[in-house]
Design a protein around this ligand. Structure first.
Ligand code: ATP
Length: 372
């Protein structure tokens, strides 16, 4: 008896719909199921054609295999897949010593698949292995009507489903404008870059408001590998090492950030959400064209389809990447650099503060204050 696993990622630019087909089921939040009829006009990115799966799970040897693991093509049953996925995250957490007992941890919750699965897995592992963590959902409302308001509704349902407190911090409260207002004034170009900077600050401020000094986000292995490729393609080699760090802590900032899904494949996160029937939101942001990142993403997906280990191999390459010190000349050039957008970078990269808002920044005026 054979099972067939279909794994497609669907992206519909017109509807901003991102969904997945797994086991002939279109995985997307329920209110959006009606949009299925548009799938024919969508760009269907083939992730992996129908795969024949052998009868028995290669781990338990007793249940029927229902899938091939995207990471290593192992044939697994649903129960073993869920167990092995959770175990790998637990191994990452313990190997990297991400948390300490009694710590309060804020989960950056956008309502999307990655952070929803992160909340579910963190809750499961915290209870199973008695990490002793106090977990809180922290959401940033960027003020994007038709996108963030809908995804926040999902996070509010997650609050009840996982029994975790939820804190929502908005750009409006912090900066007195919304992303919709910014885009209306400045246009869509670079909106992602600015929004990313604002969100980072907002997550820090939200965590500090709660007295929390550790945030976890749902960045996964695909995100990490994509960023390594992106930096390589842009010649921005200085960022590669940092882009694969599992934990980051800007000098001067009391808030640490960690990525427990650093080695988790995006496809496996989708499968986990599917098998555990998690409630998440699947629409793409109104303002996310991300042209060049999209190119790096397509390149990564093509590499993955030829060689599934490519994602982990790229991360490993990033981890081993070290820039040769260039000595005095490099430091001298770094003392003051005028960037294309007119901002000035100071030689002392860490610990600088924005002259307007006083928040940490490598420039005299941080990106959050530039448009104001
Ligand atoms: N508005 C937000 N509020 C809180 N956390 C956020 C928000 N947006 C993003 N994050 C955090 O940053 C991570 C990466 O965000 P990104 O925008 O790349 O979304 P993503 O890869 O689609 O993740 P997700 O599926 O969780 O939305 C998320 O998994 C989440 O932990």
């Amino acid at each position: 008896m054979l099972n067939f696993v279909k794994f497609f990622r669907i992206r519909d630019k017109r509807l901003r719909l991102v969904g997945w087909i797994v086991h002939n089921t279109f995985i997307v939040d329920k209110p959006r199921l009606r949009t299925l009829e548009f799938a024919a006009s969508s760009t269907i990115v083939k992730m992996k054609g129908p795969v024949k799966v052998g009868a028995l799970c290669e781990l338990c040897h007793c249940r029927k295999a229902v899938m091939r693991r995207p990471k290593n093509l192992q044939k697994l049953c649903k129960v073993c897949f869920i167990a092995v996925f959770e175990e790998e995250i637990h191994n990452t957490i313990t190997r990297e010593k991400l948390f300490h007992r009694g710590e309060s941890v804020a989960i950056g919750a956008s309502g999307g698949k990655d952070s929803t699965v992160l909340a579910a897995v963190m809750k499961t592992l915290n209870e199973r292995y008695d990490y002793g963590l106090h977990l809180v959902l922290l959401s940033i409302d960027e003020g994007i009507v038709g996108y963030r308001d809908d995804s926040l509704a999902t996070v509010k349902r997650n609050r009840a489903q996982y029994g975790m407190p939820l804190e929502i911090v908005s750009y409006k409260q912090l900066y007195d404008w919304t992303m919709d207002e910014i885009v209306a004034c400045t246009g869509i170009k670079s909106s992602c870059t600015y929004c990313g900077v604002f969100r980072r600050q907002a997550l820090d401020r939200g965590a500090l408001k709660l007295g929390i000094h550790h945030i976890v986000t749902g960045h996964n292995a695909d995100d990490m590998a994509e960023t390594v490729l992106l930096n390589l393609l842009r010649g921005d080699t200085a960022r590669i090492e940092r882009s694969v760090s599992i934990s980051t802590n800007s000098t001067g900032s009391p808030v640490k950030r960690s990525k427990p899904f650093k080695y988790a494949y995006e496809k496996e996160i989708v499968l986990y959400a599917h098998y555990r029937k998690l409630d998440y939101f699947s629409t793409e942001c109104t303002y996310s064209p991300q042209a060049f990142r999209g190119t790096a993403r397509t390149l990564l997906k093509n590499l993955e389809s030829v060689r599934p280990s490519s994602i982990l191999d790229i991360i490993r390459s990033g981890e081993q990447f070290r820039l040769k010190p260039r000595g005095k000349k490099r430091n001298a050039n770094r003392e003051m650099e005028v960037r294309a957008d007119g901002s000035v970078s100071l030689g002392n990269r860490d610990g600088n503060r924005c002259e307007r808002c006083g928040y940490l920044s490598t420039n005299r005026i941080c990106k959050a204050c530039i448009p104001s």
